[in-house]
Design a binder for this molecule. Structure first.
Ligand code: 2P0
Length: 352
């Protein structure tokens, strides 16, 4: 078959990441440039991941297509998807221009098929894994030489948090200073193997779609909350430095306190928005109380909660405290709790 008739294909998976220093607010909504740096932990792909296949062929119908969880998506109305694809295509075109023996994949329509093994848009970072998988699948299909850090610049334009899902372990997204966003990139702070005892218990309090989508919620906060600027300018920079030190030293009590405080500060800026935004619910608050109770009764900090743009809790703890933390949380906040939808249990692992 000529290169025009062949079907080229690449399949990849990408993990979910859960921020311990939260990204909330954009200084540039087109390029997805954040107001503050953030830091996350990449979860193992055993229970939360996106699986994506990208293919292209001169024989495909003329338009690029995207299918998400079995449903065709309108790619033309998604500026973010278009931005990622056109950037990847331009990188491929540069390779083809430099080497005329390469098949002209940049000219072929793309077919992207993606599937999450967890509820989409329930505040479980589905857009992070989704755009990371899309970018990596197409980059693999195009055999691009770009590093994960370079690809993070592209994934960021799909969804801010997606730039952190291209690496395993402990990942920082540096806000950057340049107006074109070229220095707003993710980088690995430490591989998962540096602190493999870290575990995450993901409590799916509700698998319903969240009330206020992140992009809309964060720009309401940017525009209306006085607390927001205080957090971005005076709180997050110190916390970023402190949590990187805690990770370097594998200091769980420090890591945990910074994580819990930053989740609380983020949700405080949501409450301070106008009109106020509520992501946590009664079950979320029960989880907060329970973690503080466990730490108090044990007499040391063994567990840390964090909440994203939804009611689900992620609880970090170390392997050795698994029974104490995961056992207690499951026993007390189990399926009999009102408002409970089910639970995922996870363990963090490196992925790259
Ligand atoms: C985070 N979240 O750092 C924070 C914490 C939610 C709360 O990143 O508009 O879906 O696509 O850039 O990445 C969710 O925001 O937002 C998010 P967009 P994204 O994980």
């Amino acid at each position: 078959a000529s290169s025009n008739e062949s079907v080229y294909r690449a399949t990849t998976t990408a993990p979910v990441n859960i921020a311990v220093i939260k990204y909330w607010g954009k200084r540039d909504t087109t390029l997805n440039l954040p107001t503050n740096s953030s830091l996350s932990v990449t979860l193992s792909q055993r229970s939360l991941r996106t699986l994506t296949t990208a293919s292209c062929s001169g024989n495909f119908p003329a338009e690029d297509t995207l299918n998400l969880n079995g449903k065709p998506q309108d790619i033309r109305s998604s500026k973010r998807t278009l931005a990622c694809i056109s950037s990847l295509r331009a990188h491929r075109k540069a390779l083809e221009d430099a080497d005329s023996s390469l098949p002209a994949l940049s000219k072929f329509p793309l077919r992207i098929v993606s599937e999450n093994n967890f509820p989409t848009a329930a505040g479980l970072a589905s857009s992070a894994a989704g755009f990371a998988a899309l970018v990596r699948a197409v980059a693999d299909l195009y055999q691009l030489p770009q590093s994960p850090k370079e690809l993070s610049r592209i994934a960021r334009q799909g969804s801010g948090s997606a730039c952190r899902s291209l690496m395993g372990g402990y990942v920082a997204w540096r806000t950057g200073e340049l107006a074109d966003g070229s220095d707003s990139l993710a980088e690995e702070v430490a591989p998962a193997s540096h602190w493999p005892e870290m575990c995450a218990l993901v409590l799916v309090v509700s698998a319903e779609k969240k009330d206020v989508p992140s992009t809309e919620g964060m720009q309401t906060t940017v525009g209306t909350s006085a607390l927001f600027a205080e957090r971005a300018q005076n709180v997050v920079p110190q916390r970023m430095a402190a949590i990187e030190t805690a990770i370097r030293d594998r200091n769980f009590p420090d890591f945990a306190e910074i994580t819990m405080r930053d989740s609380n500060t983020f949700h405080a800026t949501c409450l301070d928005s106008w009109p106020p935004i509520f992501y946590m619910n009664d079950v979320s608050r029960a989880a907060v109380r329970l973690v503080h109770d466990i730490n108090r009764v044990v007499g040391r900090t063994v567990a840390a909660y964090t909440f994203d743009a939804g009611p689900n809790a992620v609880i970090y703890y170390e392997d050795k405290d698994s029974e104490l933390v995961a056992g207690t949380v499951k026993a007390i906040l189990g399926p009999n709790t009102e408002g409970w939808d089910g639970a995922f249990y996870d363990r963090i692992a490196n992925v790259t």
